[in-house]
Every structure is written in C-alpha cells, then in structure tokens.
Write a protein that binds this ligand. Structure first.
Ligand code: ADP
Ligand code: ADP
Length: 227
C-alpha cells in the first residue's frame, strides 16, 4: 500500500525571483497512475524531482504512507525513477547497468542476479544482458532504463517523459509495456508527458498544470472529453 499526499508544495529555485511550483495539492491513492501534463516550463519535472528527493521542497509537505518525507535522502525513499535521456553507463553491459543500483545498496550477488534476470524477462531483455548499450536499439535502451528502475522493486514509480526520444511506433509499443509494468508490479505511478494520447491511455487521473499551478485534476474523460 502506498499513498502519496502533496500538501501545499511550493518550489523556488535559488537565484530565481519567482516560484516554479505553487500550492500543489493532491492525494494520490495506492496503485493510481497519475499523469502530469502542461506546457514546457510549467513545473512538471520539478514536482516529480521533489517527490524523488532530487530537489528540495521550499514549502509544504510530501507525505508517503503517513510519513513526512521532505528530509529523507533519495536513496532511502522507496522510489524508482526513469528519465527522458536514459543515461545508461556506456562501458557497462546491460546486466551491469541494471545491477548497478543494487550493488550500491549492498545486495548479494545472488539477490542481484535473481532481480536482474526477473526484470530482463519481464522486459524481453534476456538475450541482450551481455551487450553494451551502443549495441542496442533505442527501444531496447529505454527498456534497460526501465529495468534499472524496476529492479529496486520500489512501490512508487516516477517517469519523466520516458518515451519522448523514441519514434512514434515504438512509443505506442512502450506505452503498453509501461501500463503492464504498472499493473504487474502494483506500483503507484506518476508520469510526466507532453503527449495527450499517452495521458489518456495511461492515466487513472490527469493533473493539468500551467505556470506552476494545478489547473485541473480529473479522469481522462473529465479532462479531455468535455460535452
Ligand atoms: P523539460 O522541459 O523537459 O523539463 P528542460 O529543458 O526545461 O526540460 O530542462 C532540462 C534540465 O535543465 C532540467 O534538469 C532542469 O532542472 C534544468 N533547468 C531548466 N531550467 C533551468 C534554469 N532556468 N536554470 C537552471 N537549470 C534549469
Ligand atoms: P516542465 O517539466 O514542466 O517543463 P520544469 O519543472 O522543468 O518544467 O521547470 C519549471 C520552471 O522552473 C521553469 O521556469 C524552469 O526554468 C525552472 N527551473 C527548472 N529547473 C531549474 C533549476 N535547476 N534552476 C532554476 N530554475 C529551474
């Protein structure tokens, strides 16, 4: 069970005159798939990064399962995150890329192998475990990035435009994969995108943002299919 509450979250970057995120409030239920949409610069990534602990929260509270998380280190949050530019380590094999975070956290060799093999199987990467990223297609690379996140077996899954570097056909395919991962891993997911189709097909609820504010929160039907 994972519930995430954002209470009056605000963000002002050092050196900026204005707030990048203001009065951000939402209660996210266990296993929801929340999608943030809105124009470039409206604060989507900033909000996601605050949830992951990659940016400080200026004001307000991030609460996960009843616990205030504002000052908890990223590595101590039960959160997996996937970025747009998937930033794989070029000199490491697919296996080692996926294993890296687990090694850092001192998992045993057997635990690491079991988790990486399982993730590879889910993502169709088993035949590619000994390859380097340069020898993979764009879709396969993005799968490795997803794999690196899911081996953590975190119950919160954050994705920041994970498909925007892929071509249209692959985007459709990977969208289905992401929906499947969300269900199979029983995660509470938050996903940032510019793409209305992605938002409509993936979201349980969509958060429409503009200029650091929430304009609307609703189901895909409520947000996009006005009578
Ligand atoms: P996106 O619109 O996809 O979120 P951007 O191109 O706006 O991405 O930002 C890319 C990176 O640059 C992010 O890591 C973001 O935090 C950083 N960034 C964006 N705006 C600024 C800024 N004004 N000053 C410093 N860093 C910024
Ligand atoms: P989005 O993800 O919706 O494109 P961002 O969260 O990246 O928006 O950016 C929101 C606002 O915060 C923008 O005005 C951007 O320039 C600013 N910003 C983002 N990252 C930084 C940063 N590291 N330093 C200063 N300003 C930033």
């Amino acid at each position: 069970m994972v519930e995430i509450n954002l209470k009056n979250i605000q963000k002002k970057y050092k050196g900026n005159d204005t707030y990048s995120v203001t009065d951000f409030n939402i209660d996210i239920q266990d296993r929801e798939f929340i999608v943030f949409v809105g124009p470039s610069g409206c604060g989507k990534s900033t909000t996601l990064r605050m949830i992951a602990g990659l940016e400080d929260i200026t004001e307000g509270q991030l609460i996960i399962d009843g616990q205030v998380m504002n000052d908890v280190e990223p590595k101590d949050r039960n959160i997996a995150m996937v970025f747009q530019n998937y930033a794989l380590y070029p000199h490491m094999t697919v296996f080692d890329n996926m294993a890296y975070g687990l090694k850092l956290r001192k998992y045993t060799k057997d635990q690491i192998k079991a988790r990486v093999d399982h993730a590879a199987e889910i993502l169709g990467l088993t035949p590619y475990l000994e390859r380097k990223p340069a020898a993979l297609s764009g879709g396969q690379r993005q799968r490795v990035a997803l794999g690196r996140a899911i081996v953590r077996e975190a119950k919160v899954f954050l994705m920041d435009e994970p498909l925007s570097n892929l071509d249209a056909k692959l985007r459709v395919q990977m969208r289905t994969e992401i929906a499947k991962l969300h269900h199979e891993l029983e995660t509470t997911s938050i996903y940032v995108t510019h793409d209305q189709t992605e938002a409509m097909t993936l979201a349980s609820r969509i958060v429409v943002m503009n200029d650091g504010n929430i304009m609307q929160i609703g189901t895909p039907t409520e947000v996009y299919n006005h009578p």
